[in-house]
Design a protein around this ligand. Structure first.
Ligand code: IVH
Length: 668
């Protein structure tokens, strides 16, 4: 080998740290997931060969070790204070006046930050490496949860030496911030808990806090927490004279710092910032419950001091909770794709923080029992981000409230409803139930599944009600005339739809496996199954033991897969899909030789329909390369909403810029 192992290991670690930062902190990866995995696998192999060279700050050490017995108690270097809250602007003005009076200044610049709804955490770094992560606890003493913190990919395990310069000798410093769970991870965690018969987390903050208390870091790693840093301290003091500069320094060192911070030179700037985010918080992928306002000049922090529990140089302005009370008019069972009956509350429509809500899911019978909710009751609702509204509790029981019972017959097809032993779910066992078929079709055509554009509720209702399709395979037999005759369809849209359906035949095996809707088989599992078996026919014949050999497949998933293929109806539909020409084998990964071979693409901004990963994959599949920054060698810059500086760079270099639609045309 040309390089010595220690050198290669160090080099790989640096590369991996760099790419982790691009991906998890900047959301701007430069290489594909496959390339990243390749670097990681290489490092793992080298470390296996040379166990003496493994260090705790190696990127391979994020998830590892045995579950802890308990968390040691650790005293904080400096008390972790909490903040005074206010809900009104007059009190905020009082705060500003007090700060100005106490400091003897006419105007005091503030830093405005989003108030992230999670749990606070103190990280200690020694010699540039993460040494300890401690929860807030009672403010004076917290619990050491280092192994759990290490699983958070946006938390750097090691800081580049050059970047430590700003901190004097950089031997030891402390970073404080908020550990959060994004709404996406929250939904995923709850879906998993439901499947495992565990109670749902009430909200992302509880989910993040509950996860941090897990003794097994492997479970923490699965839940995908994130952390934003908001304090940088050396020797228990603010590291720099301006808080704003500390935040920049943290970002420079590789921490994730919330990008929506703002330096407000005047009180009016601050008011504008608060107002702006009250509306914009709706669009965030995590919950905030207000704005934190901190005096920018950290030398004033000591002058202003603290009360017994909160500083006089900071305050939290809290937004009103997006809650409302309303009456439950009815509770009914909705039938899903796998036949599961989910209780849904029909509500007296009510405005919850600017959105009219008329339904809320009650998840399952256990949840109804926990809430004790009956038809006629008045309930408290809460809405977060763009997720489904939740019923928090019953605020007034109706004297004549009617209890909800799961129907014994499916409300859609009249088929038998069974409660599967050992599960909370009730299920309609009629595989031909139109409600199930409709949901299956929508799932099959979904963007992450076969990605058949133009396939919505109205169309599915007609196709099923008119008996034009009896299973998903019938989609591939639809004729232009019969489609064009449907409501809200014309010649042109019928033709487009047929083209989309035809195009879906190219979808890879993993997508096909995901699309057919086997219970518990999500996208990720489908990918593992495709990689393992390379063929749908082989998957269909696999036994439970064989299936358990596949990454992340346990007895429960294995059983569900065997049951799926055991049903004649499903096997018949699959035969039809195979005849229709869907990909039942894993294609060998080969780079297409085409016009795009070797062409360089750069992505910037948010595309309307495709994620960055999806677009990257499509470009790579077409033989192109996606790189992180624009240079003279770039061929195309694909521009989405809110593009970054890459767009300006492209313009100045005269590089061709295209939108998503044009990119898709090129890729066809
Ligand atoms: S500063 C003494 N900044 O809010 C200063 N806290 O109610 C206290 N929080 O315990 C922390 N986002 O868990 C600060 N940008 C932010 C924050 C933030 C969320 C939480 C934190 C703190 C609580 C105080």
């Amino acid at each position: 080998m040309a390089q010595s192992a220690p050198r290669e290991i160090e080099k790989l670690r640096e590369q991996i740290r760099y790419h982790e930062h691009r991906y998890y902190v900047l959301n701007d990866p430069e290489i594909s997931d496959t390339e990243f995995d390749r670097l990681m696998k290489r490092l793992e192999a080298l470390e296996r060969e040379h166990p003496g060279l493994v260090t705790p700050d190696s990127p391979t050490q994020r998830v590892g070790g045995q579950p802890a017995e308990e968390f040691p108690k650790v005293r904080h270097s400096v008390q972790m204070l909490s903040l005074d809250n206010t809900y009104n602007l007059d009190e905020l003005r009082d705060f500003d006046r007090r700060v100005r009076e106490l400091s003897g200044r006419d105007a005091v610049p503030y830093v405005g930050e989003l108030k992230l709804d999670g749990l606070s955490m103190a990280l200690t770094y020694e010699g540039g490496a993460l040494a300890r992560g401690v929860t807030r606890g009672d403010g004076a003493t917290g619990e050491e949860v280092t192994a759990n913190v290490k699983t958070i990919r946006s938390v750097p395990l090691k800081i580049n030496q050059k970047k430590l310069k700003a901190l004097g000798d950089g031997k030891r410093f402390e970073v404080r911030g908020e550990v959060i769970m994004t709404l996406k991870s929250f939904e995923a965690a709850n879906a998993q808990r439901e499947a495992a018969e565990e109670p749902r987390f009430a909200n992302p903050r509880n989910a993040a806090a509950g996860t941090m208390r897990q003794l097994d870091p492997r479970i923490v790693a699965e839940r995908k927490l994130d952390m934003f840093a908001y304090f940088l301290m050396v020797d228990g003091r603010p590291a720099l004279a301006e808080h704003w500069k500390s935040l920049d320094a943290l970002a420079e060192m590789g921490f994730k710092v919330n990008p929506h911070r703002r330096l407000c030179r005047t009180f009016d700037d601050l008011l504008a910032y608060i107002q702006e985010w009250e509306a914009k918080r709706e669009k965030l992928d995590y919950e905030i419950d207000g704005i934190v306002i901190k005096v920018n000049d950290t030398r004033l922090w000591e002058e202003l001091g603290t009360t017994h529990k909160s500083p006089r140089w900071a305050i939290a302005f809290k937004y009103p909770a997006r809650q409302a009370t309303t009456v439950v008019k009815d509770i009914r069972a909705q039938v899903g794709r796998t036949g599961t009956l989910t209780p849904v509350a029909d509500l007296e429509p009510v405005d919850v923080g600017g959105v009219t809500v008329s339904h809320a899911t009650l998840h399952n019978m256990d949840e109804i029992e926990r809430l004790g909710v009956k038809i006629g009751d008045t309930v408290l609702l809460q809405r977060a981000g763009e997720v489904i509204p939740q019923v928090l509790k019953v605020v007034k029981s109706a004297p004549d409230g009617r209890a909800f019972h799961m129907p014994r017959k499916c409300p859609v097809c009249g088929g038998e409803v069974h409660r599967v032993e050992g599960e909370v779910a009730y299920r309609c066992v009629n595989a031909a139930c139109p409600a199930q078929l409709k949901e299956s079709l929508l799932h099959f055509a979904g963007r992450r599944a076969m990605n058949i554009d133009g396939f919505g509720d109205a169309l599915v209702d007609q196709l099923v009600d008119k008996k034009m399709v009896q299973d998903v395979a019938d989609l591939y037999r639809l004729k232009q005339e019969e489609l064009a005759a449907l409501e809200r369809m014309g010649e042109k849209s019928a033709q487009n739809l047929l083209e989309e359906i035809e195009g879906s035949k190219k979808a890879e095996l993993a997508r096909v496996i995901f699309s057919i809707g086997i219970r518990f088989v999500g996208e990720r599992t489908a990918q593992f199954l495709a990689d393992h078996f390379s063929s749908l026919d082989k998957l269909a014949k696999a036994t439970e033991e064989e299936l358990c050999q596949v990454q992340e497949v346990g007895p429960k998933i294995a059983q569900s897969i065997v049951e799926y293929f055991g049903e004649k109806r499903n096997r018949d539909a699959l035969d039809k899909l195979k005849k229709a020409g869907l990909q039942f084998e894993q294609k060998k990964v080969q780079k297409a030789e085409g016009e795009l071979t070797g062409k360089q693409f750069v992505l910037t901004g948010t595309l309307p329909n495709y994620s960055r990963e999806e677009m990257t994959k499509m470009i790579e599949d077409a033989g192109g390369r996606v790189i992180g920054s624009v240079s003279k060698k770039t061929d195309y810059v694909v521009v989405g909403a809110d593009p970054g500086s890459k767009l300006e760079k492209a313009k100045s270099l005269g590089i061709k810029t295209i939108g998503e639609a044009e990119a898709l045309k090129l890729l066809k």
